[in-house]
Design a protein around this ligand. Sequence first.
Ligand code: GDP
Length: 194
Amino acid sequence: MKVTSSEIVISAVKPDQYPEGDLPEFALAGRSNVGKSSFINKMLNRRGLARISSKPGKTQTLNFYIINEILHFVDVPGYGYAKVSKKEREAWGKMIETYLTKREQLKAVVLIIDVRHQPTSDDVMMYDFLKHYHIPCVVVATKADKIPKSKWQKHVKVVKETLELDADDQLILFSSETGKGKEEAWAALKSYMN
Ligand code: GDP
């Protein structure tokens, strides 16, 4: 997809702050430092729109972006950051759960994982949560440039097996460095738009 405009609409915590209207929406979720901001920026051809986090786990708001005036991306704060207090973790959980289970405009969640490593227990929990609520998921396995091409399929297999990926859910190998997987990711999102 050719992205001609992208801007932040609002940083929201509560449902009454979510943007109105019925634009299709995609939430982006992943462990802190996994490469979520880099993914968003690559998809939108922007350098610093989504903040590339120097302080993982800090953003505790849902950041809504409008793209080409036709869809929203919702940047969900990263999970699994060890230094977050129990109270903060609970607030995070509540905010995410409310959003994911109540937002009718939500078409699919892009779950970003690091292709180099086996998905963590937090990744598995997030995927299971999505499946429990029948929310479609596109798994983006990023940082593909960091492992040799000859090992890609082996790593993809580990990711699929660890998540017990549904046949309906796509897995896309991605690199924010090279742009690999970008068109495939847009095609996957588009398939959920009508
Ligand atoms: P976030 O916390 O999930 O938003 O992660 P960031 O987008 O801030 O990325 C964390 C670190 O990983 C940064 O140093 C990025 O430059 C790096 N990074 C993210 N994606 C890629 C990728 O596809 N390839 C490589 N080589 N580095 C990446």
